[in-house]
Write a protein that binds this ligand. Sequence first.
Ligand code: UD1
Ligand code: CA
Length: 475
Amino acid sequence: MPKSKIHSPRVAIAIMAAGKGTRLKSKHPKVLHEVGGKPLLAHVIAAAVQVVPPKDIYAIIGHEADRVREAVAHTGINFVLQNPQRGTGHALMVAREALASYDCVLVLSGDAPLITPQTITKLRDFHNSKKAAMTLLTAVLANPFGYGRVVRKSAKSDDVRAIIEQKALTPAQNKIREINAGFYAFRAETLFRHIDRLSTDNPHGEFYLTDMAAILGKAKARVVAIAASDPYEVLGGNTRAELVDIDQRMRAAKCQQLMADGVTIFYPQTCVIDSDVQIGADTVIEPFVQILGKTRLGSDCRIRSYSVINNSQVGDGVLVRPGCVLEEARVKAGAMLGPFSHLRPGSEIGEGAHVGNFVETKKIKLGRGSKANHLTYLGDAEIGAGVNIGAGTITCNYDGVNKHTTVIEDGVFIGSDSTLVAPVRIKKGAYVGAASCITDDVPEDALAIGRARQMVKEGWAKTKREQMKTAKEKR
Ligand code: UD1
Ligand code: CA
């Protein structure tokens, strides 16, 4: 037969993600707990899609299935429902229909997020090269407590006799430090021919997928193991302490990667940087900074201490002074923020613009080179280029029912302590006198003053003081 006609093995990935996560004592399903700023399951899927296309990936979900599905549906993978959850073996039993037509099924644990595509590929290739019915990924851990232990046929052999769960270990097996990582490759046909032999005769009363090792061995099918090159890749997040440990490892690795790519991070152990964050070279991150979600920072920025930037886009050469909070904001090149600026969702800060201390913005455009430097609230506003917003300016965008827009055109000067009652438009080059309450549109190049004219009463204070003094003496 010509080579092109040989059918290449069809490979599926099944991700076990139906469990409750009892040990977390949480109302949220385990696989939605986050490390590195995103759910455990999202990390596992991100690795899986590097190995097979989403149409060949099946997440087995059960506990809070709707929430889990919703959280990762955008990845385009398939879902299989496991209700009730009767163990990892049962998870594969319910997925039989979805998986039986594949040649090879790679099984991943939805709670072990540090797994890499390289290791999944290595597991698959080793499985194929050994012509095994089942291949398990293992790791040698200093503290193997809680994990299933791998009993090899002999110390040097690839072949595995059994996997023994923590609760069933004999004292001799308790000394084994090679653990079952919870990642497997199966020949689908052999797995599903024998899977019904699993029983619930164990301390948890569950169907253990791990028992397939001994079952397949007895059926004279080959079961082998391969060790992960980095034992930390297989850590599972079963408890809060384990989740925090994984989170720290993931973030430390993220900082190392960013530094390798040219970013300076002082005291990286004090910074919280999520795994999907991107940062350009020569940007400097000072201590105690959080950069979260899908934030992208340009090159040559400086992010000073105590700033928190979430799901925002920041251009090149931006200075973020201490204590700024950015939430779904866009900041163009060369802008300067802070200290203590609060950019709420929909804030777009133009090139070279300045937003200073105690300035809050929401759903605004601030044009190129415009400045709002002190004590100001700008919400639902379109502000042009070269505008100066005086200290204490407020856009009154809310009438108690609806939000309205304030438009401030290019080159406008807004005097300090002005209130701009929306909807209102201040046209090109106009001036607004300090402390004005502006309720009507201001024409181009005009001056608008909306406040009572100043009154001066000569000698009033002196007379008042004398009256008060006399009154006091009479008492
Ligand atoms: C499992 C292995 C253990 C291994 C460890 C590695 C078994 C019996 N034990 O133990 O040998 O050392 O992983 O991390 O498999 N799940 C379902 N449906 C269920 C039960 C679990 O989908 O009915 C999912 C969970 O959501 C989780 C994964 O399977 O993502 C593993 O289950 P978990 O209960 O965490 O197994 P471990 O006790 O960690
Ligand atoms: Ca686990």
